[in-house]
Design a protein around this ligand. Structure first.
Ligand code: PGA
Length: 250
């Protein structure tokens, strides 16, 4: 059985006060309303992690939006997986398309980050996904496979089993346009087959989340797809009601 996971990516939103009240609302609503074995993650801005970490409990865990590829040292402004561990971070988003686009993160750099995150016993939420242009040219499947190959395929089978993948087509992020369930399922199945080509049966145990304008209206049909094991949720994670309704879509 693959883990079902719904992670909220707050991105660069909310004041501290708003973030704390959102986190407590989510924790309480999840405790009251969500049954079953779904795991919930709150990926807050790094400056709020310590405070939000004191509020999470039950099915809800703490996640970071990024981490640097060095353990410590003269890297002004960066935060290491080891530091995140000290404030209770259990999941780390790596390679979000916004990080790749605006901050030039490369597949090679992400490979190093995955290693350090795993070393801390945290779960990498490894993001991949194509642009609209790549999809229109028909090179999207190969492009996304390559992202996995270059950042993850150095891992052992034991290590890859601890990674969670998030497929996020860039054209669907924050645009209100969601991939259809057929488009999403096609890519998820392809990613699983690609993982199986290297890791065999282990691929069956790896959770692959969908992200990109996933909200209460469409989560149910997406989560019902065979190879979709949950979601990475941006906009809809900023309101407790919407986020919890997405979680309840399983
Ligand atoms: P969105 O963002 O749900 O607002 O499209 C998803 C993400 O970027 O993780």
């Amino acid at each position: 059985m693959r883990a079902k996971i719904v992670a909220g990516n707050w991105k660069m939103n909310k004041t501290l006060e708003e973030g704390l009240s959102l986190a407590s609302e989510v924790v309480n609503m999840v405790a009251d309303e969500v049954s079953g074995d779904v795991k919930v993650v709150l990926c807050t801005p790094s400056i709020y992690l310590h405070a939000v970490g004191k509020l999470v409990s039950g099915k809800v865990s703490l996640g970071a939006q990024n981490a640097y590829e060095k353990e410590s040292g003269a890297y002004t402004g960066e935060v290491s997986p080891a530091m995140l561990a000290t404030v209770g971070v259990k999941y780390v988003i790596l390679g979000h398309s916004e990080r790749r686009e605006y901050f030039g993160e490369t597949n090679a750099q992400l490979a190093e980050r995955v290693n350090l995150v795993l070393k801390q016993g945290q779960t990498p939420l490894f993001c991949c996904g194509e642009t609209l242009q790549q999809r229109e040219k028909g090179i999207h499947l190969d492009f996304v496979k390559q992202q996995l190959t270059e950042s993850l395929f150095h891992l052992s089978a034991e290590q890859i089993a601890k990674v969670v993948i998030a497929y996020e087509p860039i054209w669907a992020i924050g645009t209100g346009v969601t991939a259809s369930k057929e488009q999403a399922q096609e890519m998820h199945a392809l990613l699983r087959a690609h993982l199986a080509s290297k890791y065999g049966q282990v691929a069956e145990s790896i959770s692959i989340l969908y992200g990109g304008s996933c909200k209460p209206d469409n989560a149910q049909e997406l989560f019902a797809c065979k190879d979709i094991d949950g979601g990475l949720i941006g906009g809809a994670s900023l309101k407790a009601r919407d986020f919890v309704d997405v979680i309840k879509s399983f």
